[in-house]
Design a protein around this ligand. Structure first.
Ligand code: NI
Length: 163
């Protein structure tokens, strides 16, 4: 059990932009990583944390939106629906930055637990949003990218209407 250092944007952007690798060994080291992620997330008072944020390039993340503690290894969002209206989104790697990001309200996720057992579950609301945020990290995507994307899409729509 240890608190790890959370890397930050923009100084550690090169790492945060990397695509994490799938886990294929479910050993004690993975368990230690998960425990450290959990403890580091709670210490930093975050709702989620991915391995890349502590500099480990593995498709591993933890989430706790205040409801329950969740662990995901090699998560894949296989279905999504609805729109989540929770406004403010933040990230432990971007302290002080908050913004509106549109996310699905319901996601179906396939993943493995820490013992390598395949799992499938559906999450709604804040949990769905937090899982999407963490899964983005595993692909090197930050919430500010989503904000920009959505802003651009909105502007384009407006532009089209004008024409
Ligand atoms: Ni984040």
């Amino acid at each position: 059990m240890a608190i790890r250092t959370i890397i930050k944007y923009p100084q550690d952007e090169a790492t945060l932009r990397k695509v994490s690798k799938a886990v294929d060994v479910f050993d004690e080291r993975l368990g230690v990583l998960l425990d450290d992620l959990r403890d580091t997330m709670y210490k930093a008072k975050g709702a989620g944390l991915s391995a890349i944020q502590v500099g480990v390039l593995k498709r591993v993340c933890v989430v706790d939106t205040g409801k329950r503690y969740l662990e995901f290894i090699n998560p894949m969002i296989v279905k999504q629906s609805g729109i989540n209206k929770i406004i403010e989104e933040g990230c432990l790697s971007l302290p002080g930055e908050w913004g509106e990001v549109i996310r699905p309200n319901k996601v179906e996720v396939e993943f493995f637990d820490r013992f390598g057992v395949p799992q499938k579950n559906t999450y709604i609301g804040y949990e769905a949003k937090a899982i999407c945020h963490e899964c983005d990290h595993l692909d090197g995507i930050l919430f500010i990218d989503r904000m920009q994307e959505q802003k651009a899409a909105k502007a384009q729509k407006k532009d089209k209407k004008r024409k």
